[in-house]
Write a protein that binds this ligand. Structure first.
Ligand code: HEC
Length: 151
């Protein structure tokens, strides 16, 4: 019994150390072209979205420990893939407008920023005032139908 327990603990320690050796990419590639918006909108996006949707991610020190680092790196990779404020040049005008509408939709539904991000980033909690700014921003761009999507 006792040697089983010791063996289990040793294995757990080895696994815990071993997974640290699996490389994770935690990088901030160069900014190609940042989204241009009003300073009010930009401030909200920077505060609540840039960690996962830009090349200006702040990678905290304690996030470098696996498996937390994997979750974080995955979020940032997926987040940048869906929406990247640092490569705004890669979106055509219709795509930009569509993303702006989608940003407000996600925020209105409470999907973004993700709930698990908030406890460690209370500054990302959006107020009614922030909501009003994003809603007005979305209303200021023309609607784009799905068929018209130019990618
Ligand atoms: C902790 C990381 C994180 C933060 C912070 C974050 N997002 Fe996201 N976001 C993601 C990930 C991951 C995805 C892709 C997977 C998904 O849709 O859940 C995503 C997807 C999206 C999408 C595409 C949704 C879809 O289903 O097509 C939009 C729009 C979006 N986010 C907007 C925002 C906005 C606006 C903010 C800030 C108010 C924000 N996100 C903050 C991680 C994040």
């Amino acid at each position: 019994m006792k040697t089983d327990l010791i063996r289990t603990i040793v294995v757990l320690i080895l696994v815990g150390v071993g997974i640290q050796l699996i490389p994770v990419t935690m990088s901030n590639p160069p900014i190609e072209e940042e989204i241009s918006t009003s300073p009010e909108v930009k401030a909200i996006l920077k505060r609540a979205c840039y960690d996962c949707h830009s090349h200006e991610t702040i990678w905290p020190g304690d996030s470098r420990v696996a498996p937390i680092s994997w979750l974080l790196a995955w979020d940032v990779r997926e987040g940048r893939e869906e929406l990247n404020f640092s490569t705004w040049n890669q979106y055509g005008e219709k795509k930009r407008n569509k993303m702006i509408k989608e940003i407000w939709e996600e925020v209105e539904e409470g999907e973004m920023p993700p709930w698990f991000y908030l406890p460690l980033h209370p500054e990302a909690q959006l107020s009614d005032e922030d909501h009003a700014v994003l809603q007005a921003w979305a209303a200021s761009v023309p609607s784009v139908s799905e068929e018209e999507d130019d990618h």
